[in-house]
Write a protein that binds this ligand. Structure first.
Ligand SMILES: *Cc1c(COP(=O)(O)O)cnc(C)c1O
Length: 380
């Protein structure tokens, strides 16, 4: 059986350092916003290339807190609009709504499944205040073009980097291009904690301080509350774990990339559409980075159910990211009548193949054999 993601094997590969770090945090006697949090914020900011990093409780809060901070800074108000890709994970959209803002859904580029800069401009209204760029599946959005559009219209930009830790665009890390970056360290992400965790990265000191205050009951000093905040802090155990795992992120991403390169070269089924990645454009490699860090390896297949069943018969577990489009969710009824054909096709046909750093070549062989066997309905 090849599991979609073997988290146990991944975390075991960090032993004994992982357990040592946990014990250190346990024995410190300080469990929220202490030395471990501070240390991780520093190394993560340096890694991403921003002057500030604020550890928070999870990815959804990281996104929400940035919008709430901008509101308290007078940069946007209830009912203002934020442009967001229609095919993102629901959390991106929920963060906008939680902050009292209106998500404006944008059809993705059919080749990259990411925000299409040409579409963005058609959606800008007098109420538009921000663009939320999501680096979906680990693939970096064209941030130079998105930031240029935002500047032209005086919009704020936020990157949802929950699936793209360590990805780069033109030599700069995802999470350092926009006014702020929001990260999730949910266990299954490319950089994952052993529970919920998240962070905001930014060069804007006012924004960083405001996010830090809002995540701690709106408090700027103990028992002083100038803002109506919430409770969303990074705990010391998760921070200690993340500090152990961060130094290997680039190596792990390179491994993901190598396995994905094999999929791209060796999968040959006519009925399975592979992600379009320009591996020959070695621009990012020259900068020492990857545009796509393959958090997910998404293929499209018109008969997804049959493909998934065939792979399961071959002992291969797959997942769907995501089976229902956000605008078709019951919680989003106000969007139900809208039509996004590109996004809807992705939701109808997407299937995610197993891909993670501790996966073996033999396991990749088996997945390739099974997918290629699907066309002819032969056994694996
Ligand atoms: C995982 C994820 C989130 C939310 O992160 P949590 O830590 O689970 O709150 C947000 N956006 C995207 C694109 C994600 O994949």
């Amino acid at each position: 059986m090849i599991s979609y993601l073997d988290l146990e094997a991944i975390n075991r590969s960090f032993e004994p350092d992982l357990t040592d770090a946990l014990l250190r945090a346990v024995h410190s006697g300080w469990y929220i916003r202490g030395r471990e949090d501070q240390a991780f914020e520093q190394v993560f900011a340096r890694y991403i290339g921003t002057t500030h990093c604020v550890g928070v409780g999870n990815g959804l809060d990281a996104l929400t807190l940035v919008f709430l901070a901008w509101k308290t800074m007078g940069l946007m108000a209830d009912g203002d609009e934020v442009i967001v890709p229609a095919n993102t994970y629901i959390a991106s959209i929920l963060s906008i709504q939680r902050a009292g803002l209106i998500p404006v859904l944008c059809e993705p580029d059919p080749h990259t499944y990411n925000l299409d800069p040409n579409q963005i401009e058609t959606l800008i209204s007098p109420r538009t205040k921000a663009i939320l760029a999501v680096h979906l599946y680990g693939n970096c959005c064209p941030m130079d073009r998105i930031v240029t559009i935002a500047r032209r219209y005086g919009l704020k930009t936020l990157e949802d980097v929950a699936q793209a830790h360590g990805a780069t665009w033109m030599g700069r890390k995802a999470g350092s291009w926009a006014d702020a970056g929001a990260f999730s360290f949910y266990p299954g992400k490319n950089l994952g904690a052993l529970g919920d965790a998240g962070a905001v990265t930014t060069d804007d000191e006012v924004l960083a301080d405001r996010v830090r205050a809002l995540a701690n009951y709106g408090s700027t000093e103990k028992y002083v509350h100038p803002f109506r905040g919430m409770n969303s802090r990074l705990d010391e155990l998760q921070a200690a774990i993340l500090s152990v795992k961060l130094p290997r992120l680039d190596v792990d991403n390179a491994r993901r990339r190598a396995l994905a390169t094999r999929y791209l070269a060796e999968l040959n089924s006519e009925v399975v559409k592979l992600p379009e990645v320009d591996l020959s454009a070695e621009e990012e490699l020259r900068h020492g980075g990857f545009t796509h860090v393959f958090h997910i390896f998404p293929v499209l297949c018109a008969d997804r159910i049959e493909l998934q069943r065939h792979l399961a018969d071959c002992g291969i577990q797959t997942l769907v990211h995501y089976p229902i489009a956000p605008h078709h969710q019951k919680s989003m009824v106000e969007y139900a009548s809208l039509s996004f054909p590109v996004s809807e096709r992705i939701h109808r046909e997407e299937l995610s193949l197993p891909l993670y750093p501790t996966m073996t070549e033999e396991q990749v062989d088996a997945v390739i054999r099974a997918v290629n066997g699907f066309v002819y309905h032969t056994s694996c």
